[in-house]
Design a protein around this ligand. Structure first.
Ligand code: C5P
Length: 404
């Protein structure tokens, strides 16, 4: 998560009765850490699961539970609390609360707030699988969607009652992602983005291989930013220890050849290709089928190498290429190598990492190379930079309706 990506957003976080209330403590922390103001409103039932004291401490604001709360000067909490809000998020949203929303009922502070709102409403259902599958609940969810209410989740898996199935509330981190995604401008709506990220691993034998220090952080951050911008995202990742960004389709590969083949199978559908992976330039000609043994004579093994396919250049060479973006990690003279590399790979945009190699670090400073010249972007953490780069890419997209 990037710091302050929800800066200035004011959220009413409505909690209804359910064991998933414990997840809202963490969700509140994630939202406030991202810069959002969180006004917690709890139903009476929610206070049976977690105390208003806990939620006040985490949100840093008084918690409201009653329609008759005298702390609101005009005694109209149900109007005032939602007027400042950019969105109301109901998490967890119980079966009963979904039913109330679907019928426009207003018999407590939270339900009245929802009916009286003039901002978007997001609900994060949490319930037992039978309650979720109940035809009445399913009818209510259809009605909520038809009313323009965002339904986030639910998840599937083991439930507090011991049963397994649909109905679990999304985890706090996934709920955070869905909320952040809701607010991101949809500058890539309807676009399909294909990305490569991370290192590749070129085997020497079944246990050893050649790889590099790419962490995959920049590529994963770009995949997340593209998803939030409304794109359908396909991420082809080398071996990395990173979680798949919410809503992104991920395919894992090991070698450059596998990455190349995976890209070539999917690229025809893509509007944008972003090659962020640090692809090995060479592989061992014939990797040993068996583990290479240390010999008694201590003779050192020797390897002969062959060149790997250049994935980015292959994409750019296609008869109808997507808008192709390359990355360049140089250890010096980026200004010279960046533009030279862009021309050699024949891509409209190449993003060069400025300064020392940034593998594994959380922030980055880049220069954009394109035919019209070079532009430097300010140093930022990789997620903030990813949002800025997606905006730069979106701005440069050709009018595809004229090309395809
Ligand atoms: O030539 P160099 O490796 O520095 O180029 C970097 C760019 O080219 C990156 O976008 C990288 O993902 C891509 N690349 C590739 N296939 C290779 C080597 C690099 O797609 N075999």
């Amino acid at each position: 998560m990037a710091t302050a990506e929800l800066a200035g957003k004011h959220l009413v976080l409505g909690m209804t009765g359910g064991i998933a209330c414990y997840k809202i403590a963490e969700l509140t922390r994630l939202l406030t850490k991202a810069g959002a103001t969180v006004q917690v409103v709890m139903t009476e039932a929610a206070t049976q699961f977690i105390t208003p004291v806990t939620m006040q401490a985490l949100s840093g604001r008084p918690v409201y539970t009653s329609q008759w709360d005298g702390r609101v000067p005009n005694n109209m909490a149900h109007i005032d609390l939602s007027r400042e809000a950019d969105a109301i998020v109901i998490a967890p949203a119980s079966t009963d609360f979904l039913a109330k929303l679907a019928h426009g009922m207003a018999d407590d502070l939270l339900s009245t707030l929802c009916v009286a709102r003039d901002c978007p409403l997001l609900v994060v259902p949490a319930m037992n699988r039978q309650m979720w599958q109940n035809p009445a609940t399913q009818r209510n969810v259809v009605q909520l969607r038809a009313d323009g209410i965002e339904v986030l989740g639910p998840d599937s898996g083991p439930q507090a009652c011991g049963e397994v199935g649909d109905g679990r509330m999304l985890e706090a981190a996934a709920t955070y992602e869905a909320v952040a995604s809701f607010f991101a401008p949809k500058i890539l709506a309807g676009k399909r983005v294909l990305l490569t990220a991370g290192p590749t691993f070129e085997p020497l034998d079944p246990v050893r291989g050649i790889t590099n220090r790419s962490s995959g952080k920049m590529g994963f951050a770009l995949a997340r930013a593209a998803q939030q911008a409304g794109a359908e995202v396909h991420l082809i990742a080398g071996p990395v220890a990173l979680e798949t960004p919410w809503g992104v389709f991920r395919q894992d590969v090991q070698t450059a050849q596998q990455m190349h083949d995976a890209v070539m199978r999917s690229v025809a559908d893509a509007d944008i290709f972003i090659g962020v992976a640090a692809v090995a330039d060479w592989r061992v000609d014939h990797a040993s089928e068996h583990k290479i043994k240390k010999t008694a004579e201590r003779a050192l093994p020797t390897f002969s190498f062959v060149e790997n396919p250049d994935i980015l250049a292959s994409v750019a060479k296609l008869p109808h290429p997507p808008f192709a973006v390359g990355f360049a990690a140089e250890s010096g003279d980026l200004e010279i190598h960046g533009e030279e590399k862009r021309v050699r790979k024949n891509v409209p945009l190449l993003i060069g990492n400025l300064g020392p190699l940034t593998f594994g670090l959380d922030d980055n400073e880049v220069i954009l190379f394109e035919a019209s010249g070079a532009t430097k972007l300010p140093r930022a953490d990789k997620q903030a930079l990813a949002h800025a780069l997606i905006a730069e890419i979106a701005r440069r997209l050709p009018d595809t309706s004229l090309i395809r």
